[in-house]
Ligand binder design. Structure first.
Ligand code: ZN
Ligand code: ZN
Length: 320
């Protein structure tokens, strides 16, 4: 099969199809999404080598359990041991032995086929198109916030960052009843936020008062974003970090103590919640697709991402 393989550099290669272990399904990828993590991997994050890609929608081609055969599916990306104390507590996303598809010690979705345990799979309801289903993984990550804190209707929330994650988080929190403002630097992305019921604020021009938000979501992944989040949160409020920050050494956490602020890290979330939101048409995702490349042009797609302000670039497996 064809696959994009990263081994110091990214190249399209002909490789053998993944061998599926007992309990696993072989899935023909229909669409795969490129995300920030993939670009970090290409810079050496997680010392990954192999086939990247963890956002996909596909169809089950081979499986021991006939119930899955031919089903259109998305898949959770953490492959856990299912035996350790974390797994037994239902927290398999934190299993210390886990592999992560396309990120840690396991091949991913930038290929014609991938293998995943059937316990990771979710069937995609017919109402959800392929190009919406490919957003389930990042949308699930956005909904994780609702599992972690209670958002009362009318809560003032500000989201920092107008990237794909910020726009998903903003929509999810607005749908949960929050009053959402979103700060960004790109006119076209802010226009989407405005269209989707958020108050869109251009960074640097519309500066909100310090300490004026109960909940601040940091989705820029920058030290400046975290500083700004700490400035904007009200006493006893919560700052949610949705992106890892590389250079966090110079952050001043005095305010955390003085204002008794809660700092909350938030990562992967529940696929069922995300599928339900998409099925009911409660969040918009397809307008975020900037461009679709055939899998064969994957290297070109990564180059395109570097040059253009994109929300989402997809790779299509033409054979599907
Ligand atoms: Zn991702
Ligand atoms: Zn485990």
């Amino acid at each position: 099969m064809k696959a994009l393989v990263f081994n110091g550099e990214l190249a399209l290669r002909e490789v053998t199809r993944p061998k599926r272990a007992t309990g696993e399904a072989l899935i023909r990828v229909i669409l795969a999404g490129i995300c920030g993590t993939d670009r970090e991997i290409l810079k050496g994050y997680s010392s990954f080598s192999g086939i990247p890609g963890h956002e996909f929608v596909g169809r089950v081609a081979e499986c021991d359990d006939p119930k899955w055969l031919g089903k259109r599916v998305v898949g959770e990306i953490n492959i856990a041991c299912r035996q350790c104390s974390w797994c037994l507590r239902g927290l398999s996303r934190h299993c210390p032995q886990r592999t992560v598809m396309g990120i840690v010690k396991r091949d991913g979705a930038f290929a014609e086929f991938l293998a995943l345990p059937t316990s990771n799979l979710h069937e995609v309801p017919a109402e959800i198109s392929d190009s919406a289903a490919v957003f389930v993984e990042p949308l699930a990550a956005a909904t994780e916030i609702l599992e972690q804190i209670r958002i009362e209707p009318g809560t003032q929330v500000i989201v920092l960052g107008d990237g794909r994650l910020g726009l998903l988080v903003g929509q999810v929190l607005a749908e949960a009843g929050a009053k959402v403002a979103l700060v960004g630097r790109h006119r076209s992305k802010l226009d989407l936020a405005g269209r989707w019921g958020m108050e869109a604020l251009e960074a640097g021009t519309a500066v909100p008062r310090p300490g004026s938000f109960r909940v601040v979501v940091e989705a820029t992944g920058s030290t400046h974003g975290v500083e700004e989040a700490l400035r904007l949160v009200e006493p006893r409020g919560t700052v949610i970090l949705k992106s890892t920050v590389k250079d966090s050494g110079r952050l001043d956490f005095t305010k955390l103590v003085v204002d008794e602020v809660t700092l909350l890290g938030s990562r992967c979330g529940n696929f069922s919640t995300a599928l339900d939101l998409l099925r009911r048409g409660r969040v918009h995702v397809e307008p975020m697709i900037t461009k679709v490349f055939p899998l064969e042009d994957g290297v070109e797609a990564f180059r395109y991402l570097q040059q253009m302000p994109c929300l989402k670039v997809l790779l299509a497996n033409e054979g599907s």
